[in-house]
Design a binder for this molecule. Structure first.
Ligand SMILES: NC(=O)c1ccc[n+]([C@@H]2O[C@H](COP(=O)([O-])OP(=O)(O)OC[C@H]3O[C@@H](n4cnc5c(N)ncnc54)[C@H](O)[C@@H]3O)[C@@H](O)[C@H]2O)c1
Length: 263
């Protein structure tokens, strides 16, 4: 299958590590040039080096996507280097506290919304006009199954991600006429730093043995009996951005080993 991504320009937010880095690498593998966004300079540069090693162009840009003016500044750097952005992957998010809603800090909640929801909207707001002008674009937003089926101790984070899923569908209806596809990929538990950090914290709280038992129980909740890898998410994102997926828009595609099967 020819994905027709060679030479395309792809912007991946939060690509300094984890799933975002894997997404950047998967597009680079297909010959696409990558804008590597992150708030972490070291991570962004590391990803950019890995991408360049694949023989494509990489542009690392440090930018906090929760600020509209910063995203505007980022776009100036992007358009100085690449004439257009064909693919936008809104991946960056933060997950602050793993606790019951009533015990969460409203400031943490605000941050989770600012990065996930407003970050995604800011990037769409700034990069959509050129996609509309070119009558071509692919936007892939990263959600979570915690938003699709609910998850205790994740009220704020899952609510923010729920907003992204709704935004995906409504935006897809608006820009379909401009030949722009908007979809969301909804990962289940994935072996990336966000999850690994939570597991390390749990080990300190309840001990290694209990965490190991808990992990076995978690795996049993997945039909495929495995936790996802960042590449599982990345490959799905690449497919949705490809020409063979041109008739798919407004969809939420779970990549979750059969954890939740949402009709
Ligand atoms: N890991 C999982 O189990 C899992 C499950 C479901 C969904 N997801 C989603 O997948 C995506 C990636 O997750 P991950 O595990 O790789 O997370 P991660 O924490 O490892 O990576 C997120 C990256 O985003 C960057 N970032 C944070 N705030 C930013 C901002 N304001 N502007 C720009 N960059 C910013 C961080 O520096 C980091 O490099 C997230 O949207 C997350 O919600 C992850």
């Amino acid at each position: 299958m020819d994905l027709q991504l060679e030479g395309k320009s792809v912007l991946v937010t939060g690509a300094g590590r984890g799933i975002g880095r894997s997404i950047a690498m998967a597009f680079a593998q297909e010959g696409a040039n990558i804008v590597v966004n992150d708030t972490n300079l070291e991570g962004a540069e590391e990803t950019a080096n890995l991408v360049s090693n694949k023989g494509v162009r990489a542009l690392p840009i440090v930018c906090d996507i929760s600020s509209l003016s910063s995203v505007l500044e980022m776009s100036k750097k992007v358009f100085a280097e690449f004439k257009s952005i064909e693919v936008l992957v809104n991946n960056a998010a933060v997950r602050k506290m793993h606790t019951f809603f009533i015990d969460t800090d409203p400031l943490d909640c605000e941050l989770e919304f600012r990065v996930a929801v407003f970050g995604t909207m800011n990037c769409c707001r700034i990069f959509l006009p050129s996609m509309i002008q070119n009558s071509f674009g692919k936007i892939i937003n990263i959600g979570t199954d915690a938003a699709r089926v609910g998850q205790e101790r994740e009220c704020n984070y899952s609510a923010a991600k729920g907003a992204i899923l709704s935004f995906t569908k409504s935006l897809a209806k608006e820009v379909g006429r401009n030949n722009i596809n908007v979809n969301a990929v909804s990962p289940g538990a994935t072996n990336a730093p966000m999850r690994q950090e939570r597991i390390e914290l749990l080990k300190q709280q309840i001990g290694e043995e209990k965490v190991a038992e808990r992990e076995e129980k978690v795996k049993k909740m997945y039909a495929l009996r495995r936790i996802g890898e960042p590449e599982d998410v990345a490959n799905t994102v690449v497919y949705l951005a490809s020409e063979p997926a041109r008739h798919i828009t407004g969809q939420i595609l779970s990549v979750n080993g059969g954890y939740a099967m949402v009709g």
